[in-house]
Design a protein. Sequence first.
Length: 360
Amino acid sequence: MQNKNYYAILMAGGVGSRFWPVSTEEFPKQFHDMLGTGDTLIQKTFSRLSNLIPKENIFILTNEKYNDLVLEQLPEVNQRQVVLEPAMRNTAPCILYASLKIQKDNPEAVMIVAPSDHWIEDEAAFTKNVTQAFKYCERNDALMTLGVTPTFPNTGYGYIECGAASEDNISDVIQFREKPDYNTAKQFIAKGNFLWNAGIFMWSATSVIKAFQNKQPELFELFKAGIPTYNTEFEDDFIKENYAKAENISVDYAIMESSTNVHVIPATFDWNDLGTWGSLYDKLDKDENNNAVVNAKTLTEDASGNMIRTKADKVVVVDGLNDYIIVDKDEVLLIFPKSKEQDIKKVLQEVKDKYGEHYG
């Protein structure tokens, strides 16, 4: 039987612009079936969380323009569970707001905050790790995070520097480190006590609200004023009037990096943040020439290492192209070297400047 004190906050407000042209501001990547499995990323994440958490206790944090998409893709969710941000203010304000709502609903609540668009293979291992963190957070005033053991010196992730592990494999966090350059990332891995920061957090409602009260008193006071309205018909009016006054700040900066009660569990599951076409390529099955194909029917000659995605059953002929991203979406065709995938954001901006905002 599921524990009624377990809650989740599913972060689904991002735009995922490095997955352009599939991911756009109108229809971001979490609402797409990026892996070609029949489920969108948010559907997979909701299903994974509902193994442990009662479905009615899973809250989806998103921008108000994605409200209909959320309700359409997650039919088990009702409007009460969709927490809408009227303005983009990074992760700290929306997490504090949702935590105050949840605490008012259930003062005993412990919760996970998780991105809606990550790839996790072993769902049983994920559930086991989260359960361990929940049990710890029920007994201790702790801010917990899951870290991922690095497999190579990735410069696209933040890192967590860990202290010695306890017998149940929980470590104190010494410090969070920004995305490093390649040599620094190599040094982190050589030291052996660094994990990738997966952006997955667990804590009790009491602990996280106390952290905001101590570390971000202005932000706390702003949202505390709305407590009488939360979970009532007057909540929307309060949020519309006050949300945009919040500082634009991430939860890492706001509380995690300066708190002394932060702990980490190394994840026992395989994880990928699906942040770029290259990271998606890594996770997909490949054909005999190492091309990863979603939806397309392909004919390839002297073509390998390509990431190819189109609408269902489109025939794609590729000759003499290696390690490229080839993505066909409505009125946009992207043919771009995988090695330059970090520049897609920049290219998207150039397209919007030259041809109009509606392409992004």
